[in-house]
Design a protein around this ligand. Structure first.
Ligand code: SF4
Length: 479
């Protein structure tokens, strides 16, 4: 069966493209053209029955991925299902199952079966679990794992094919070395075997597997910077050049491609990073992890990274990989998934508004209108996380009678500025124009609310004040 890319090139608008167009409020022909040109991807494995197709591309709403998955020390099938539900409930557009612990096949199959959003994986993680030493991973094992996961219905896979042996010395002297799990595993393999990256040497074989099942490449950034000090170094950009080359190879095979990006990047370098990837990879969608704009806030890295993610989205990144408060510290649980998702939905939307994506601000305008009209129920419904908005409101004003109140507990009845503003307006919602000619002495307010100007007690001011250069010094001396 042809891939979405092959269909698009042939001029066919698929059911998936129709569905995506409806969800994005765009013309199906526009979606087809974007996919045909490699500027957007629709990750949709033929075997993923529960999938509701979505699109990733800079011309569409910025998407958010949530990483889930177990580790060798923590988590279970039930907990993984909870995380999947939390991620989708809080708005994840895709999920990546990054499991590295037990029951990899069972958890992956469960995720594909239950997920309405595309599921991504990093196949080298499973390859590592199948050998007693990383050294013993073979190209055949990697292809075997990739093919099995493709048959299981995985929609996109991170393939770290751009980490080349000749790039590794470029990481010498880095503050944080190689921080990508896939990148570090492959670097160790290349160093110990004295051979080139097998994902690079066998890239065309991977393309054939992906084409058969319509799996989308997520070309991994195995040499991404893990600290501000390493951002934008030669290793990062040497790998990016290789990713550009591999993008074109995949396209020749009719396979969809997106490209992953950093990581940790100072705020002032983010736009340049996005523009460079877009130029090197001919506009293939950019999928960025954060980036974190500072290294100093473990425990709050959903915030440090959401700041960078907003700028990346504004500059043209197509998908953001969320970061949770547990980043650098531990395996996220369902609550961390919720907090990470909320931060990233804000980042994606704020980026779209700032970039002027058609219709992006309608949501803001609708919520602001509900807010000004004291339509509390609608404000809750429109909120990014409705249940949180309502629970915060109801903590202090729980009764139903407060659902149409013209105030909340923040300013209270007397000081609610929106209530005061509305009361000051006429029936049409307008303020009366003030021409500045009103005689305030005629106003009843004038006698009780005179401004203080000109009412100083001057009895202690020296008569010759005007002759002194520093009158306040003089006053102090007299005191
Ligand atoms: S009381 Fe203050 S915070 Fe609450 S609705 Fe009025 S202006 Fe807004």
């Amino acid at each position: 069966m042809p891939t979405q890319l092959q269909h698009a090139r042939e001029g066919t608008v698929t059911d998936a493209m129709e569905r995506v167009a409806a969800r994005e409020n765009r013309d199906p022909e526009f979606v087809r053209q974007q996919v045909a040109d490699g500027q957007a991807v629709i990750p949709a494995n033929d075997h993923h029955d529960a999938l509701d197709p979505m699109v990733i591309g800079r011309e569409f709403a910025t998407k958010v991925n949530a990483n889930i998955g177990n580790s060798e020390t923590t988590s279970s099938r039930e907990e993984e299902l909870r995380k999947l539900h939390a991620a989708v409930h809080y708005g994840a557009d895709t999920v990546m199952d990054l499991s590295t612990g037990d029951d990899l096949d069972g958890i992956r199959e469960m995720n594909v079966e239950h997920s309405p959003v595309p599921v991504g994986t990093v196949p080298i993680y499973e390859a590592v679990t199948r050998v007693d030493d990383v050294l013993h991973i073979t190209p055949e094992l990697l292809l075997d794992v990739i093919e099995k996961q493709a048959e299981q219905g995985v929609d996109y896979m991170t393939i770290h094919a751009g980490v080349l042996a000749e790039h590794l010395p470029l990481t010498d002297g880095r503050t944080t070395g190689i921080v990508s799990r896939g990148g570090s595993i492959l670097a160790q393999w290349m160093e110990e075997n004295g051979a080139q990256n097998p994902l690079y040497t066998h890239f065309e074989s991977i393309c054939e597997i992906f084409r058969e099942h319509d799996v989308t490449f997520s070309l991994g950034d195995g040499l991404r910077p893990g600290s501000l000090a390493d951002a934008g170094d030669d290793a990062q950009f040497a790998e990016l050049d290789t990713l550009g080359e591999l993008t074109r190879v995949a396209w020749e095979h009719g396979v969809q491609v997106m490209v992953e990006g950093p990581g940790h990047v100072p705020m002032d370098q983010i736009r340049e990073n996005v523009q460079r990837q877009q130029a090197v990879c001919d506009g293939a969608p950019f999928y960025v992890l954060g980036p974190l704009v500072t290294d100093v806030a473990p425990g709050y890295d959903h915030i440090t990274s959401a700041i960078g993610a907003t700028e990346a989205a504004r500059a043209g990144a197509a998908m953001l990989c969320y970061v949770t408060p547990k980043e650098h510290l531990g395996l996220p649980d369902a609550e961390d998934v919720r907090d990470g998702m909320a931060a990233y939905r804000v980042a994606a939307h704020a980026g779209d508004v700032a970039a002027g994506l058609p219709g992006a601000r309608d949501w803001d305008d609708a919520l602001s209108e509900a807010r000004y009209n004291f339509d509390w129920e609608r404000q809750f419904d429109l909120a990014l996380v409705p249940e949180r908005a309502q629970s915060y409101h109801d903590q202090t004003l729980p009764g139903d009678n407060y659902k149409d109140a013209r105030f909340c507990s923040m300013c209270g009845v007397e000081f609610c500025s929106m209530r005061i503003d509305q009361d000051a307006r006429d029936a049409d919602g307008d303020m009366e124009a003030i021409d500045g000619q009103v005689d305030l002495s005629e106003s009843p307010a004038a006698s009780v609310n005179l401004p203080p100007t000109g009412t100083h007690d001057t009895s202690r001011v020296p008569d010759d004040l005007a002759d002194h250069d520093h009158p306040t010094d003089e006053l102090s001396a007299d005191d």
